[in-house]
Every structure is written in structure tokens, then in C-alpha cells.
Design a protein around this ligand. Structure first.
Ligand code: GLN
Length: 227
């Protein structure tokens, strides 16, 4: 295949926020792991590129790809109309559900969210939905999901709205937290590109299709998401 033009020759730069388990997280020795990291590694390999993970805040990870400072944004990134206006998306490779984390024994429900102080991660769909539905006064954005959950533990917020997979990990790691059954919304995750970066998008979609067809994507999901 013709050589793909990337930010750095021979490399595939992925901007992400590595505080979103099990999609992306840091390892003890300073590396990165998770569903997105492994899928990106498999895509990079198919394209003959070396994956480089650029870790930053979630909102910055989106801006980086939009401005051509990274090649792909892979961050449990939800596809929506607002984002389609500023970036292009690959085919979907995973899905997420926004859920509500509360302290055990809390009387918060989906129906009373409008009376609560809701912790979210800055720049996420969870922040947007809660701001649209309940007003900015009810939403406290944090740099990442982990700090939002710490704020809940410290009673600085009444609940946290975040994607289901990281929510399960945060609840498992912090006794005294529970996830409400109520599903707040359903979302598709895809890889983000700078608008008009069609050559790379098509190459990545081709690789993703092969990795989906041969079961690689599913086996990576199964490895990290414990039902
Ligand atoms: N799926 C959510 C979004 O795209 C959250 C992603 C994240 O926090 N990494 O807004």
C-alpha cells in the first residue's frame, strides 16, 4: 500500500486520556494498556506503523486530533452530531452506557438527578447530557473520572455520571459505591480523526474490519470487560 502520511513518519500517534479503565490506563512501569491501546496496536501493526500513545486530559485528546497533532483519538470516544461537526469517525468498535454511581444507601435516582450535584469528567457526553438536562449549576466537571469518583467518596458531589465500563472498575476499586440500574443513555464508541483525513480513516477502517472479522476485537473486549 502507498505510504500513509502520519504526524511522525512510521508512527501512529494516538491521543487519549489513560484514566479510563478498561479502555485505557497506565501500567506500573509507565506504559499503557486497555481495550483501545490493544485495538490501536493491532491496527498500527496492520498498517506497518508503530503505535505511540499520547496521554492527556480527555478534552485535550479530542482537540489534539482535530488540530492534526495526533493521528487518531481513541478514548472510549462517543460518536455524536456535535463531534461529527469537528472531526471524522471510524466505524464503531464498541458501545457504552452512561450510568450513575452513588454511595451505598444514597436515595439518588435518575428521576431526582435534577436535585443533585453531579460529578462528571470534563468534555464528555455525560457532562453535556447532564448540563443540557439539569443545568450547569448541577454539574461539577473534573479532570478525569477518577477525581470525580474521589469527590463522590468525599461527599463533594451526590453522584457521578460516567460510562458503564469505567464505572464498574471504579466501584470495584472503591468499597461503598454502587451503580444504579438505570441506564442514562446508550452510545457508540469510534476512533476520531481530523476532518478530511480520509486516507488514514479509510486505512484504519480497513484494518478494523479485518480485526473485527477475525475475532481480534471481540477477544480484546472479552479480555478486559468482565460481564
Ligand atoms: N464516552 C464518553 C465521551 O466520549 C467518555 C469518554 C472518556 O471519558 N474517555 O464523552
Amino acid at each position: 500500500p502507498a505510504e500513509l502520511k502520519t504526524v511522525e513518519a512510521g508512527k501512529l500517534h494516538m491521543s487519549t486520556n489513560a484514566a479510563f479503565p478498561p479502555y485505557e490506563m497506565t501500567t506500573d512501569n509507565g506504559g499503557f494498556e486497555g481495550i483501545d491501546v490493544e485495538v490501536a496496536e493491532a491496527i498500527a501493526k496492520k498498517l506497518g506503523l508503530e503505535l505511540v500513545v499520547d496521554d492527556m486530559d480527555f478534552d485535550a485528546a479530542q482537540v489534539a486530533v482535530q488540530q492534526g497533532k495526533s493521528d487518531i483519538c481513541m478514548a472510549g470516544l462517543t460518536v455524536n452530531e456535535e463531534r461529527k461537526a469537528v472531526m471524522d469517525f471510524s466505524d464503531t468498535y464498541a458501545t457504552g452506557i452512561q450510568v450513575i454511581i452513588v454511595k451505598e444507601g444514597s436515595d439518588v435516582t435518575l428521576d431526582t438527578l435534577g436535585d443533585q450535584l453531579i460529578g462528571t469528567q470534563r468534555g464528555t457526553t455525560g457532562e453535556t447530557y447532564c448540563t443540557d438536562d439539569y443545568g450547569a449549576d448541577h454539574v461539577v466537571p473534573y479532570d478525569n473520572g477518577i477525581t470525580a469518583v474521589q469527590a463522590l467518596m468525599n461527599d463533594q458531589v451526590d453522584c457521578v455520571v460516567i460510562d458503564s465500563a469505567p464505572a464498574s472498575e471504579f466501584v470495584a476499586a472503591n468499597p461503598g459505591l454502587v451503580i444504579l440500574d438505570t441506564e442514562y443513555t446508550n452510545e457508540d464508541y469510534a476512533i476520531g480523526f481530523a476532518k478530511g483525513n480520509t486516507a488514514l480513516l479509510e486505512a484504519v477502517n480497513g484494518a478494523l474490519a479485518e480485526l473485527t472479522a477475525d475475532g481480534t476485537v471481540q477477544s480484546i473486549l472479552d479480555k478486559y470487560i468482565v460481564a
